[in-house]
Design a protein around this ligand. Structure first.
Ligand code: C2E
Ligand code: CA
Ligand code: CA
Length: 396
């Protein structure tokens, strides 16, 4: 336990002893605490940390923990307000330190018990496997060899549970490494000039899949992620229009999700391309709204049909005041602009109840379903409709 106030150390020390903690060391300064963490076998399993301390403050202490490869867990106990505590928690987690939570002073036995109950020995945690880094040549070959496959994640109406569409999420079916997720190759594609070919491959397959669903009587709006880099040349409009004509999938059934991943210097081409696509009746969606560069300026300039509230404002919003207000602001903005609103990252029952109660139009997330191969969608819809109808019967 690290706190500059001896009184607090004493108080929490008693609580910990009552909770059955057998080996508790208290320190009044960061320097004294660091002296205890020298050797791995002596390193504490859990540190209770104050934020506001003279000399070395709690955040600086966390930085030293990182430098010492601390593998234990952390609980913040401080007098700082909720926002400060959350920020400190985020920061420590960004450094890959396990944070069990935070407590406001004076900490209560109940609060401590609850957080300590979350503790798990480091060996029980999943090992942090290093993600493999691919190079442009490998990705080039993957595109050429048809190793990219589309997965589709359902989007449902929040009010009725009706499945209205899917989002296309690309995967790399790697011959050796298995299924590789897009966070491992999209930015590579964007920086190495491969994104155009990647997007065209994904779009071609998505249109073909949309056509198959259409023919089987399934009406689904199919969304595809588009990079800003795709929107540099007018060829893109022709490519999409031709795909639609060739497959017979009407533009109204295809939606293009756009995020501004990097700052674009010249917005004239993307602006024109998106506006022309909209003119042809393709749907436009602003993705990851609220983070990165998906911004008000884009909303002002581009005729979007749909706004997707980023998952970081959705999951857990019902118990977090700050997220709740941000979610509501995005929602209200979208409603005022008459845009359809999608909540991403609906991960559990609480998220689902929350987005429904707030009046959000569409929900997407693990609570509903993870992305799956296109061939599995129609079977999934049947099961979803059944279990949804049953849950309605239980709680009308
Ligand atoms: P995104 O467009 O924001 O897609 C949503 C991501 O969140 C997907 O990850 C999805 O699997 C994940 N997700 C869905 N529901 C939940 C949930 O309830 N909780 C959590 N924690 N996550 C959820 P995925 O498939 O790994 O895709 C990551 C990103 O890669 C996408 O983010 C998108 O920006 C990009 N991406 C995927 N496919 C393509 C593509 O064909 N072209 C381009 N340019 N980018 C793509
Ligand atoms: Ca998306
Ligand atoms: Ca998104």
């Amino acid at each position: 336990m690290l706190d500059d106030e001896p009184f607090i150390l004493k108080l929490i020390g008693h609580i910990l002893a009552d909770l059955g903690c057998t080996s508790v060391t208290t320190c009044e300064s960061g320097a004294a605490a660091l002296a205890q963490i020298g050797k791995p076998e002596e390193s504490p399993e859990l540190i209770l940390l104050d934020l506001n301390m003279p000399e070395m403050d709690g955040l600086e202490f966390v930085r030293h923990l990182v430098g010492r490869n601390f593998t234990g867990s952390l609980i913040l106990v401080s007098g700082e307000d909720e926002r400060m505590q959350q920020a400190a928690e985020k920061l420590a987690m960004a450094h890959n330190i396990t944070v069990l939570g935070h407590l406001h002073k004076p900490a209560t036995p109940r609060g401590l018990t609850e957080l300590i109950g979350k503790w798990a020995a480091p060996t029980q945690r999943l090992p942090q496997t290093e993600k493999k880094v691919y190079d442009a040549e490998e990705l080039r070959a993957a595109i050429d060899n048809g190793e990219l496959v589309n997965y589709y994640q359902p989007k449902v109406l929040a009010a009725s549970g009706r499945v209205v569409g899917v989002e296309t999420l690309v995967r790399w079916q790697h011959p050796v490494d298995g299924l590789v997720f897009p966070d491992q190759f999209i930015s590579l594609a964007e920086t190495s000039g491969l994104i155009n070919d990647l997007t065209r491959t994904v779009l071609t397959e998505a249109f073909a899949q949309a056509k198959a669903w259409q023919d089987s009587g399934l009406s689904l709006l199919v969304a595809v992620n588009i990079s800003m880099e795709d929107l540099a040349s007018m060829d893109f409009v022709d490519f999409v229009v031709e795909l639609s004509a060739k497959t017979g999938v009407p533009p109204q059934m295809m939606s293009l999700e756009v995020t501004e991943s990097r700052l674009m210097v010249d917005l004239r081409a993307p602006l024109e391309i998106l506006t022309r696509l909209r003119l042809k009746r393709f749907k436009l969606s602003i993705d990851d709204f609220g983070i990165g560069n998906s911004s008000l300026a884009q909303l002002r300039d581009i005729p979007f049909d749909e706004l997707k509230i980023d998952q970081s404002f959705v999951h857990g919003a019902c118990t977090n005041e700050k997220l709740w207000s941000m979610f509501d602001s995005c929602l209200n903005l979208a409603k005022q602009l008459k845009l359809e609103v999608v909540a991403e990252g609906v991960e559990d029952q609480a998220d689902w109840d929350f987005v429904r109660n707030r009046g959000c139009d569409i929900a997407q997330g693990y609570f509903i379903a993870k992305a799956m191969p296109g061939a599995d969608i129609s079977e999934w819809i049947k099961t979803w409709n059944q279990s949804y109808a049953e849950s309605k019967k239980r709680t009308p």
